[in-house]
Design a protein. Structure first.
Length: 273
């Protein structure tokens, strides 16, 4: 049975933000920053047992009175329907998974799962949220988490990169389409660089060793680990502050990214390749 922790405090005119995939990392830290700025945050998690984990972390920071924590598996329709019972000023689509492996022999179920979570389920949730806004004639905002990996295809992480590239295209189209019919729904895109949250390491560990690159598998893994270690940022504040700005801002700015030099490198890479 789905677990909930609901706070019923009246938060006045401050925003109510729902964040998917907010057990830890960028999602959780962004939620903390938003609460500290006076907003109310719905922290949603993939598994029921993660509810207690997030509740305990918020308790330690005395932030639980401005939060609600519950299970929302974006791949399940019954979970996605939970948004109908909530007042949500901003939907932050942060939930994602990553699978590594060569395009030559990545298992199809891994590729399909990557797209099911990162692309299809996020779009289904966005459709439900926007549809609800049209039905209730309310204003709202959609913030979508993509990645620098959507700009720079990284060998042996092509599945994940492809999902993030798809989100960039779909979110860009969504923004342009909505502009034709309403000014009440804003769309923002987040393109973070490499951060050491443990997410990238999971992609390295879960990839199937390639039979085509059998003699290079260990070398490829070491190279990936070195890349993330050298380039990855340990502090998340540069990107959480950008996400917070995207959520709070009513400007026409569309893309928010950090760290700056990683985004600059991505642009140069895409220009020359």
């Amino acid at each position: 049975m789905t677990s909930f922790f609901i706070s019923h405090n009246n938060i006045g005119d401050n925003m109510k933000i729902l964040i998917t995939g907010s057990t830890s990392g960028i999602g959780f830290e962004t939620g903390v920053e938003l609460i500290k700025k006076g907003h109310f945050v719905y922290f949603t998690v993939h598994r029921e047992q993660q509810v207690k984990t997030v509740v305990e972390k918020l308790k330690k920071q005395n932030l639980l009175d401005r939060a609600s924590v519950f299970q929302l598996d974006i791949t399940k329709e019954e979970d996605r329907k939970l948004i109908y019972d909530l007042k949500i000023d901003c939907l932050f689509c942060n939930a994602s998974v990553g699978y590594g492996g060569s395009i030559l022999d990545i298992p199809m179920d891994s590729l399909e799962k990557n797209f099911e979570v990162n692309v299809f389920s996020n779009i289904k949730l966005i459709q439900m949220y926007c549809g609800h806004l049209f039905l209730t004639q309310e204003k709202g905002k959609v913030v979508v988490m993509s990645s620098i990996a959507g700009i720079i295809p990284i060998p042996f992480l092509g599945s994940y990169c492809a999902t993030k590239a798809s989100l960039i295209s779909l979110t860009t189209c969504l923004r342009k389409e909505l502009k034709l019919i309403t000014s009440d729904i804003q769309v923002k895109l987040i393109e973070p660089g490499i951060f050491n949250t443990g997410f990238n390491e999971v992609m390295i560990e879960n990839k199937k060793k390639s039979i085509y690159f059998e003699k290079m598998n260990d070398q490829i893994t070491r190279r990936e680990e070195k890349l993330f270690h050298l380039i990855g940022h340990n502090q998340l504040n540069s990107i959480t502050s950008k996400i917070t700005k995207a959520i709070e801002s009513d400007s026409n700015r569309f893309i928010y990214s950090a760290p700056f030099f990683q985004k600059l490198g991505a642009k140069l890479y895409s220009f020359w390749h």
